[in-house]
Design a protein around this ligand. Structure first.
Ligand SMILES: [Zn+2]
Ligand SMILES: [Zn+2]
Ligand SMILES: [Zn+2]
Length: 164
């Protein structure tokens, strides 16, 4: 692989990662709070279970990524397609760390230092969860949150149930 391919692949990975925020936003707003609310509802309900029906989304969304990795490495060898798959995979990793760990505390871990940016995206998702209904929710994004979600006083919610 030459340098140009490497540079192009890096750009594709970064571009796919950013584009996936838009895909996630669209899906969250129109599918999860739309036709598949039946699955997502479990994630807006206070409960003490370790798993949620909503976790099925993670399973479903990992399939195209796995398929693309397989296709781009085993069927045809295409570094650019592989870069797309890597970008999606990186978004998936970001999503697990940000959404499932930092916000929802499914694993109790938090960084000591939290930037203004981190406070803003975490707060925006708290706002999203302040409603327990299919309609009337706001802040559907994960990676990007508008300035208006910048909290004056940021406090972490301690218990997982507080974030549901
Ligand atoms: Zn939601
Ligand atoms: Zn959530
Ligand atoms: Zn809630």
């Amino acid at each position: 692989m030459n340098l140009l391919t490497l540079i192009l692949c890096s750009l594709i990975i970064a571009g796919t990662f950013l584009l996936w925020e838009f895909v996630a936003w669209l899906t969250h707003k129109y599918v999860m709070h739309g036709v598949l609310w039946r699955w997502h509802k479990s994630h807006h309900t206070v409960h003490g279970h370790a798993l949620e029906r909503n976790d099925l989304f993670a399973l479903v969304f990992s399939l195209p990524c796995i398929g693309l990795f397989y296709y781009a490495s085993q069927v045809v060898f295409n570094p650019y397609l592989l870069a797309v798959a890597t970008g999606i995979f990186c978004y998936g990793l970001f999503y697990v760390v940000f959404h499932d760990i930092l916000v929802h505390q499914r694993i109790r871990w938090r960084p000591e230092k939290r930037s203004k940016y981190l406070q803003r995206i975490i707060h925006a998702h708290y706002i999203h969860h302040s409603k327990h209904s299919r309609e009337g929710c706001e802040a559907f994004g994960f990676l990007i949150a508008s300035k208006k979600y910048e909290p004056k006083d940021f406090t972490y919610k301690q218990e997982r149930q507080e974030t549901q």
